[in-house]
Design a protein around this ligand. Sequence first.
Ligand SMILES: [Cu+2]
Length: 154
Amino acid sequence: MAPTATRVANVLGVVTYTNRIIRGRWIAGAAVVAVLAGACGGGGSSGSSGGGGGGSVSGGGQVVEIDVASSGFAYDETTATATAGHVVIKSMNPQGAGHDISLKGNGVDEHGEVVQDGGVSTIDIPDLKAGTYEFYCSVPGHEAAGMKGTLTVS
Ligand SMILES: [Cu+2]
């Protein structure tokens, strides 16, 4: 009886040990996935991007960020600038209410997708000419409520 009991105990011990290893690996794997997800997640909680200045992106085109304000019918800024050429305007909307980024003036009439909860509305204009444009939210009533600003392209 005693040897058998010992063997059972050993087997249980091995099983427990094995479980620990498997669980440990699983946790380590999950951690790696979480880190990767965080790395790819992008934006979101990266805080205010400051002046929202332009920058270039590998895909080509100057990126102008005009995020929606944390509340109300407004963007983070009422003015923005860009250099003539390929311009991509990105507007992250942190609100639960839907908004988009639209641009009009000088024959341009572009609308980004209506997004919410951290979604990004984007307008991609291959050849934006120098001039003064109005960026605004095209959801009915929002532009009239003040959700607009001026984009100066030079
Ligand atoms: Cu809006």
